[in-house]
Design a protein around this ligand. Structure first.
Ligand SMILES: C[S@@+](CC[C@H](N)C(=O)[O-])C[C@H]1O[C@@H](n2cnc3c(N)ncnc32)[C@H](O)[C@@H]1O
Length: 293
């Protein structure tokens, strides 16, 4: 087999239109890391290139080299937003990791309901909410508890860095394949069949929609401009894309937005062990903030 020639300056100067030149890819991944904390190593290059193809076309850049030049321009802010939209992984589901919602309705909500009574609404944050399925799942669980007089009022905030998923979350329209994980009884109460012709769609009922608000937020921001404090934070399947120092910073900023003894839920493949935080593990992938002092 022929040996691969070492990289020369030509590799940097004249990349093909199909792939990033190695130096461009490094610069590009550094930009993504600095902007949104997502780590993209060499093994992700093909996936990144596939996700960016539409941007190359829509910007007219045509090649990854030209696209990098475009990003280097001073007025590239808007393109950076679209680039993040293209690069983020937004996989989500209604009732994803259902044990969390069980724990919430059996343990967390009855306790909060007893302690808070009607003094103030319970406040929940779906941090990294993607298309809103997590936030609306939370809304269904909380509204059921409210209807059973276990809790009183509640409010839910959904945030994400990706503008496209936030748009979908606000529309609250989902395909019939999307709603499969929702138990039948809840579908009847909280979903409306869309009247539109063609692909069957469902919309979250207005009563439920009115309990959820969406806003763009980048976890890399120094300060989180949200109506803190929250009683419950769901940040699931998000920090998995960050390196350990970034995970620690993000988790601590989120924990700072929790009330003392507030609950923090992570994804099932994520762990906070080894991170210096004020969160104590109370059940698999469920944490509770330490009391003050
Ligand atoms: C895989 S989805 C998880 C959605 C949902 N939490 C769940 O578990 O089903 C991860 C979400 O985190 C968002 N995200 C990634 N980096 C982010 C950042 N720096 N700031 C805010 N959101 C980010 C992505 O846009 C994506 O929608």
């Amino acid at each position: 087999m022929a040996q691969q020639a070492p990289l020369t300056t030509a590799d940097y100067a004249a990349p093909t239109s199909d792939h990033f030149a190695p130096a461009d890819y490094v610069r590009f991944t550094n930009l993504v890391y600095q902007t949104c904390g997502i780590q993209l190593n060499a093994s992700k290059q093909l996936m990144v290139e596939t996700r960016l193809r539409k941007r190359l076309k829509e910007t007219g850049a045509g090649t990854y080299r030209n696209y990098c030049k475009l990003l280097a321009q001073e007025d590239s802010h808007e393109e950076l937003i679209l680039l993040i939209d293209a690069i983020t992984t937004n996989k989500t589901e209604f009732f994803r990791e259902p044990a969390h919602f069980n724990y919430l309705s059996k343990k967390v909500l009855p306790d909060l309901g007893r302690r808070l009574k009607a003094s103030r609404p319970i406040r929940v944050w779906s941090a990294g909410c993607s298309t809103g399925k997590e936030a609306y799942t939370l809304a269904m669980v909380l509204m059921d508890s409210q209807r059973s007089n276990i809790i009183q009022d509640f409010e839910i905030l959904g945030t994400d860095i990706c503008t496209q998923v936030l748009e979908k979350a606000s529309q609250a329209v989902y395909l019939d394949t999307d709603i499969e994980p929702i138990p039948e009884a809840l579908r009847k109460k909280y979903l409306l069949r869309s009247r539109a012709q063609g692909t069957p769609t469902f919309r979250i009922a207005p009563e439920l929609r009115s309990t959820v608000r969406f806003q763009r937020l980048n976890f890399m921001d120094d300060k989180y401009f949200v109506d803190a404090p929250f009683d419950i934070v769901f940040c699931r399947n998000v920090i998995i894309y960050f390196d350990r120092p970034t995970q620690e910073q993000v988790v601590n900023k989120l924990a700072a937005c929790l009330v003392p003894e507030g609950h923090f839920f992570t994804g099932h493949s994520e762990t906070l062990s080894g991170l210096a935080t004020r969160l104590n593990n109370v059940a698999p992938t469920i944490y509770r903030k330490a009391t003050e002092g």
